[in-house]
Design a binder for this molecule. Structure first.
Ligand code: FPP
Length: 248
């Protein structure tokens, strides 16, 4: 039986988040520049996007560029920004074909106008789609997002829009950039690194974590199915006991 056939369709996660890691090492192993690895990473982006849409997963969030990535050599940052522009242009058709809506989280203002313009065009064009929402985390970090949320909450308390006594975990979720998206049930990180790296810290509170040794440019649908099968074997307890969860 193929890996895809082993999936239990009504027990798939609604939301999968992925830290795409290992592009640089993949390129280095081939004696090439890091940018070569990023370019090949686009194939893996296409694979997981298509596989998610085909399976009926509602939300896919990809960590494409972190706040900390701005500290990389200018040549690499510029190449990544250029790659984003070309990829968004070339992949819009695939997004339309797969009924995928594009979304972004992160500090959009810090992105070059060429990237912002392409994103805005693609977001507008794909907004008619009703299938999956593909969210690209760009110039994103979780601590940045939480600080922004605290600033907004403080402002609303000051303006009497919000009563500080009424603030709950749900209130905080509603002030995050992911307010319209359910928390991920599954977070995948490739390349054998076991870190969260400032990604969706609040939202991953109860997510299942899956770490793959595969370098991102080599990640294919089969590897994604393997992660989903592993997820389906987990018992999600949310702080309760196994016995409480298994009561029929
Ligand atoms: C991490 O690998 C990867 C990134 C910082 C960039 C991810 C970008 C892409 C996959 C290409 C474009 C994406 C989209 C959504 C169009 P790394 O460079 O940290 O690898 P290393 O850990 O081996 O150095």
């Amino acid at each position: 039986m193929s890996l895809k056939d082993q999936l239990i369709i009504d027990r798939l996660p609604q939301h999968v988040a992925i830290i795409m890691d290992g592009n640089g090492r993949w390129a280095k192993k081939r004696g090439n520049s890091r940018v070569f690895g990023h370019k090949h990473g686009v194939t893996a982006v296409r694979e997981v996007t298509e596989a998610s849409a085909e399976l009926g997963i509602k939300y896919l969030t990809l960590y494409a560029f972190s706040t900390e990535n701005w500290n990389r050599p200018k040549l690499e940052v510029d190449a990544l920004m250029a790659l984003l522009v070309t990829t968004i242009s070339s992949e819009t058709e695939t997004l339309m074909k797969n009924n995928v809506r594009l979304n972004t989280i992160g500090c959009k203002e810090s992105l070059p106008s060429s990237v912002r313009n392409k994103l805005d065009t693609c977001i507008a064009e794909t907004s008619v789609n009703s299938g999956m929402t593909l969210t690209l985390a760009l110039s994103y970090s979780s601590r940045w997002e939480i600080v922004e949320a605290i600033k907004e909450i403080t402002k609303d308390v000051k303006d009497s829009v919000l009563n500080s006594e009424d603030i709950t975990a749900e209130t905080v979720s509603n002030y995050l950039s992911t307010s319209s998206i359910p928390d991920p049930e599954l977070m995948i990180r490739t390349s054998g690194e076991y870190r969260i790296s400032n990604f969706l810290l609040w939202q991953l509170a109860y997510s299942e974590l899956y770490f793959s040794d595969i370098l991102w440019p080599d990640f294919r649908k089969e590897d994604y199915y393997a992660a989903l099968i592993d997820y389906q074997g987990r018992e999600r307890r949310f702080g309760k006991t196994g016995e409480q969860i298994n009561v029929k």
